[in-house]
Design a binder for this molecule. Structure first.
Ligand code: MHF
Ligand code: KIV
Length: 352
């Protein structure tokens, strides 16, 4: 724990004196490492913000931005590529600080962040809104945005226009879209426009109505599995920089990975892929509607959040919160003057 953490609440009055706006401006413009030094020297802290732990912030400061070239190099070295989803500023910050190579603003946000029954109804504008927040929170991972259902299928021109919006309006670096051979021409057009594309085959949740459930047909029939190999090759040929394989049997995913010169990113596709992706709310135990078979829960954040929120409610009811340290002190003489002022003009109450 750093020295600044111990300063606690004594610092409140100086924070007020220095001004909220100044503190905030410094907070956003200074690198994390420099901030910790400032905290130590001046022995105060801004609001309730605590400095990030020094080792982690130093790593963040020296870490290089991940690019397409970085990913290609990792693939050549056979270093597994990590991808985690995020949909807002804090979840993006976590992905960045965890050191993930790539970040996906998946349309699964329709379900995990918006409470919709599936991914099909999320719109371009909603995706852009989330992407903008994510881009503010993640500076190092390579940023990929999911093209929502209906934003790219009708024709390649529409697809290019919508893909460009993610780059121009939301600071994303690449787009993902669902489909194989059927989408190859569309992929080609987007790549030709200078926008990297991540393919997505296997379980394609946007086609829920056709699939009749969250299930990949390749897991049931050899013929469907063979078609996936052709899809992956078509996507590679069209210029995808990588392909997501979702809910694909491991031997099929391995066979695809071996045949491609671009990386495969698996989700429920086994250890034979070049990288892995999971939905953050699933792995943290935040999403409560279902846990996909392929998801490993690395934490139970729901439990921690719920316990804290319940404790707060109990403490407000009991009067334990807020305590003196959560209030703003006033100089004693000013408070006395204030009391005199309000008692002089104590005519506010009406006589009924
Ligand atoms: N929270 C969340 N996580 C995801 O991984 C995710 C989404 N949402 N939304 C979009 C798609 C849908 N996904 C899903 C959803 C459910 C299963 C699942 O539980 N499948 C069952 C079989 C279901 C069936 O037979 O109909 C399984 O056992 O794998 C898998 C992937 C993956 N994506
Ligand atoms: C599950 C991943 C690959 C995804 O497409 C999403 O998060 O929407």
């Amino acid at each position: 724990m750093s020295a600044a953490t111990h300063l606690g609440h004594r610092a409140h009055s100086s924070i007020l004196a220095r001004g909220f706006a100044t503190a905030l401006a410094r907070h956003v413009s200074r690198p994390m490492v420099a901030q910790s030094i400032v905290y130590r020297q001046q022995q105060w802290r801004w609001m309730s913000a605590r400095p990030a732990d020094d080792a982690a912030s130093h790593h963040q400061h020296t870490r290089k931005k991940v690019t397409l070239q970085t990913l290609a190099a990792m693939h050549r070295r056979k270093e597994p590529i990590t991808m985690i989803t995020a949909h807002d500023y804090p979840s993006a910050m976590f992905v960045d600080r965890a050191g993930a190579d790539t970040l996906l603003v998946g349309d699964s946000l329709a379900m995990v962040a918006l409470g919709l029954p599936s991914t099909v109804s999320v719109t371009m504008d909603e995706m852009l809104h989330h992407c903008r927040a994510v881009a503010r929170g993640a500076k190092h991972p390579f940023l990929v945005a999911d093209m929502p259902f209906g934003s790219y299928e009708a024709d390649p021109k529409l697809a290019v226009a919508n893909a460009a919006r993610f780059i121009k309006e939301a600071n994303m670096e690449a787009v993902k879209l669902e489909g194989g051979m059927d989408m190859a021409d569309t992929v080609r057009s987007i790549v030709k426009a200078g926008i990297p594309v991540l393919g997505h085959i296997g379980l394609t949740p946007q086609r829920l109505a056709m699939l009749g459930g969250f299930r990949c047909k390749a897991s049931l029939q050899a013929r469907c599995a063979k078609l996936l190999v052709d899809d992956a090759l078509a996507l590679q040929d069209a210029g995808c920089f990588a392909v997501v394989l979702e809910a694909v049997p491991a031997p099929v995913a391995t066979a695809i990975t071996e045949r491609l010169s671009i990386p495969t990113i698996g989700i429920g596709a086994g250890a034979g892929c070049s990288g892995q992706v999971l939905v953050q709310q699933d792995m943290l135990g935040i999403f409560d509607r279902f846990v996909p078979k392929f998801c490993k829960q690395y934490a139970n954040v729901s439990q921690v959040s719920l316990a804290a929120l319940r404790e707060y409610c109990q403490e407000v009811k009991s009067g334990a919160f807020p305590a003196t340290e959560h209030t703003y002190p006033m100089p004693a003489d000013e408070e006395a003057k204030f009391q005199a002022l309000v008692s002089d003009s104590a005519t506010g109450k009406k006589d009924d």
